[in-house]
Design a protein around this ligand. Structure first.
Ligand code: ZN
Length: 262
């Protein structure tokens, strides 16, 4: 791991003073790479938190441009940027906030045929995308490549955040959670049902916290636990998700499967 410069020691002083994090944890963050899927309401809160925390490389995947109706929750963008490409604006935001972070903009729609190319080579994935098809494609690939996935969603007043490591024997993947029914679905749920901006930001910040803890190696391991936030009751719940033994993405092959010698 590379050492921290004087500027970085200054910049991260409030991190380094934390006994659980210290200089070692900060250097782990600097050595790490994260791919953020979606520069929407979740990404708008997660991206500044990750950039400020000094994650070494941040890749931002988004194929959209800023719409005026985004600005209520996607607060890294400005009114005078309506119509501009979100991935590039978000990467520029990261570089302006922290020049020590390598920011990469990927202006592409993530599909099953490009997902491996886009997320491969990263230490962690933070998925704040807005549809099930993307989420399932990301999860299946993350499970295959053994990359931890922080999945975050926000709708109306509900936030859901989970860290997945589905390749592990007792840990579920995102597909264990939602099943196979949503592969074909591609709906912009925010447009249809609405979401409170600050609620999306709560979910995005919490997702960034889980990512930073995982990469710095601090705190309890929360893989497989679903965190549910109710923005009306103002209540957090934690639910342990079971692994689906028949999951098409992460279940181990049954006895005899893969044995082609009849
Ligand atoms: Zn699974």
């Amino acid at each position: 791991m590379t050492d921290l410069s004087d500027d970085e020691l200054d910049r991260y002083a409030r991190h380094i003073v934390l006994p659980q994090l210290g200089g070692i944890g900060q250097r782990r963050l600097k050595s790490a790479s994260i791919v953020v899927i979606g520069a929407g309401g979740i990404g708008s809160a997660a991206i500044p938190a990750l950039a400020g925390a000094g994650i070494g490389r941040l890749t931002i995947v988004d194929d959209g441009s800023v719409d005026r109706s985004n600005l209520q929750r996607q607060t890294i963008f400005r009114d005078d940027q309506v119509g501009e490409l979100k991935a590039q604006l978000a990467a520029r935001f990261v570089s302006a906030l922290n020049p020590h972070v390598e920011a990469i903009a990927v202006q592409e729609r993530l599909r099953t045929d490009n997902v491996e190319e886009l997320i491969g080579g990263h230490d962690l994935i933070l998925d704040g995308s807005d549809n099930f098809a993307t989420r399932l494609a990301v999860s299946d690939c993350a499970t295959r490549l053994h990359i931890p996935l922080v999945s975050a969603a926000a709708i109306q007043f509900q936030g859901q955040i989970t860290l997945f490591r589905g390749w592990e024997a007792d840990k579920p993947c995102y597909r264990c959670f939602v099943g196979d029914a949503f592969d074909a679905e591609d709906c912009d749920t925010c447009a249809e049902q609405g979401v409170l901006g600050a609620l999306a930001a709560t979910a995005g910040s919490f997702a960034a916290l889980i990512a930073i803890r995982a990469l710095a190696g601090i705190g309890a391991d929360v893989a497989g636990s679903l965190f549910l936030f109710d923005g009306l009751a103002l209540d957090w719940r934690k639910i342990r998700l079971p692994k689906d033994k028949g999951c098409s993405a992460c279940a181990p092959p049954r006895n005899g499967e893969g044995d082609h010698e009849a």
